[in-house]
Design a protein around this ligand. Structure first.
Ligand code: HEC
Ligand code: HEC
Length: 327
C-alpha cells in the first residue's frame, strides 16, 4: 500500500513536470514569435510611437575581454581609429603606404571610432548588413561596405577577403553593435544629410571658412591630423566617389558636427556655403563613376571634376545639382 502510494505520487509528479515543461515550450515559442512580429513592425512601421526605441548604448573598450577575440577587437579599434597611421607604419615603403590609404582615419568622419552618435555612428553595422546599396546596385556585406569606404573615402585599396585586418574591423563592429538586433531601426543612422539645401554662395563660404575652420583644417585644407583636423581637400582627402563628395551630405555633416566644439551653431545657408567652398577644391578622382548606380537613381549632387570647375568659374546650375534624384 505504502509503496503503491509512493508510485502514484511519483507518476503524478512526473506527469506534472511533463505538463509544465510542455507549457513552457509552448509559451516560449509564442513569445519569440511575438518578438519577431515586433521586429518586423519596427522595420516597416510608419509610426515611430509604435516601435520600441533602440537604446544607444555601445559597450566600452575597457570591457573588451582578454584572449584572441579581445585582441582582434582591439586591433580593429586601432585600425578604425588610426587607419593611416597604422597602415602607413606597416607598409614596406612610404609610397606603398600612400597607395594603401590616404591621410585620413575612419574616425575623421565616424568620430570616436564610430562611437559618437551624431557623426555617422557605426554602432549596429553588423546587424544592418548585408543590405542593398543603390550605389553598388546589389546586396553588400559589412566587409564590402568597409572596402567601399577604403577605396572612396580613404582613396585607397581594398582589404583582401581573407585579410586578418578586415576580420579585426568586423570583430570591432560586432563588439560595438552588441545588443542591437538584426533588422532594428537605428535612429542614429543616415542623419548627416541636408534636405532642401539652399543655393550656396562660395564667397560667403570662403569667409566663414577663414573664420571658423582654418584653426583645425588649415587655410589650404590640408588639415593638422586625421583625428584633430583631417584634410578637407587635396591629395590626403577622400576622392570624389565618396559619400562626403555629395554636397547635401557634406552640408548636413558640417551642420551637425562642425566646427568641432561648436556643433549645431551653423545655419542651413552657412553650412551650404561651407560645403560648396570645401568641395570646389581639387581632390583625388574616382575612376568608377560610370559603374555606380547601375540600376538608376544616381544623385545629381556628386561634385565631380566637371562640377568643381563650374563652381569655380561661376557657371554651375545649382537648381540642377540640388534637384532630388528620382527613386
Ligand atoms: C571622408 C569621410 C569618411 C571616411 C574617412 C570614412 N567614411 Fe565611412 N562613411 C562616410 C559616409 C558619408 C557614409 C554614409 C553615411 C550616411 O549615408 O549617412 C559612410 C558609411 C559607412 C558605413 C555604412 C554606414 C551605414 O549606416 O550603412 C560603414 C560601415 C563605414 N562607412 C565604414 C567606414 C570605415 C571602416 C572607414 C575607415 C576604413 C570609413 N568608413 C571611413 C564617410 C567616411
Ligand atoms: C577644433 C577643431 C576643428 C574645427 C574648428 C573644425 N573642425 Fe572639422 N573636424 C575636426 C575633427 C577633429 C574632425 C574629425 C571628426 C571628429 O572628431 O568629429 C573633423 C572633421 C571634419 C570633416 C569630415 C572629415 C573630412 O576630412 O572631410 C569635415 C567635412 C569638416 N571637419 C569640416 C569643417 C568645417 C567646414 C569647419 C568650419 C566650420 C570645421 N570643420 C571646423 C576638427 C575641427
Amino acid at each position: 500500500m505504502k509503496r503503491s502510494t509512493g508510485l502514484t505520487f511519483g507518476a503524478l509528479f512526473l506527469g506534472a513536470l511533463l505538463i509544465i515543461g510542455f507549457l513552457g515550450i509552448r509559451l516560449s515559442s509564442e513569445m519569440s514569435a511575438a518578438g519577431q512580429d515586433a521586429a518586423q513592425d519596427n522595420e516597416t512601421s510608419e509610426d515611430p510611437g509604435n516601435a520600441a526605441e533602440i537604446a544607444y548604448n555601445p559597450p566600452s573598450m575597457e570591457d573588451v575581454p582578454d584572449g584572441p577575440d579581445g585582441d582582434a577587437i582591439k586591433r580593429g579599434f586601432e585600425l578604425v581609429n588610426n587607419t593611416s597611421e597604422v597602415l602607413w607604419s606597416e607598409a614596406a615603403t612610404a609610397e606603398d603606404g600612400r597607395e594603401r590609404v590616404n591621410g585620413l582615419s575612419c574616425t575623421s568622419c565616424h568620430a570616436g571610432a564610430g562611437l559618437e552618435k551624431d557623426s555617422s555612428s557605426l554602432v549596429g553595422m553588423t546587424a544592418a548588413y548585408p543590405m542593398y546599396i543603390g550605389r553598388s546596385g546589389q546586396i553588400v556585406t559589412i566587409e564590402e561596405r568597409i572596402n567601399g569606404c577604403m577605396v572612396r573615402s580613404m582613396d585607397g585599396e581594398k582589404f583582401a577577403e581573407d585579410d586578418e585586418d578586415l576580420d579585426a574591423m568586423v570583430a570591432y563592429f560586432k563588439y560595438i553593435s552588441e545588443g542591437v538586433p538584426v533588422g532594428a531601426e537605428m535612429p542614429w543612422r543616415h542623419t548627416n544629410s541636408m534636405d532642401n539645401m539652399p543655393v550656396p554662395n562660395v564667397e560667403d563660404g570662403e569667409l566663414l571658412y577663414q573664420q571658423s575652420c582654418i584653426a583645425c583644417h588649415a587655410e589650404d585644407g590640408s588639415g593638422i591630423g586625421s583625428n584633430s583636423g583631417p584634410a578637407l581637400w587635396g591629395e590626403d582627402s577622400f576622392n570624389d566617389g565618396a559619400g562626403m563628395g555629395r554636397i547635401t551630405k557634406m552640408a548636413g555633416y558640417i551642420q551637425n558636427n562642425m566646427p568641432k566644439g561648436g556643433e549645431g551653431t551653423l545655419s542651413d545657408q552657412e553650412s551650404a556655403d561651407l560645403a560648396a567652398y570645401v568641395l570646389m577644391h581639387d581632390r583625388p578622382e574616382w575612376k568608377g563613376h560610370d559603374k555606380d548606380w547601375p540600376n538608376g537613381g544616381r544623385p545629381n549632387d556628386i561634385i565631380t571634376n566637371e562640377l568643381r570647375e563650374q563652381i569655380r568659374n561661376g557657371t554651375v546650375d545649382w537648381e540642377e545639382v540640388l534637384r532630388k534624384a528620382e527613386k
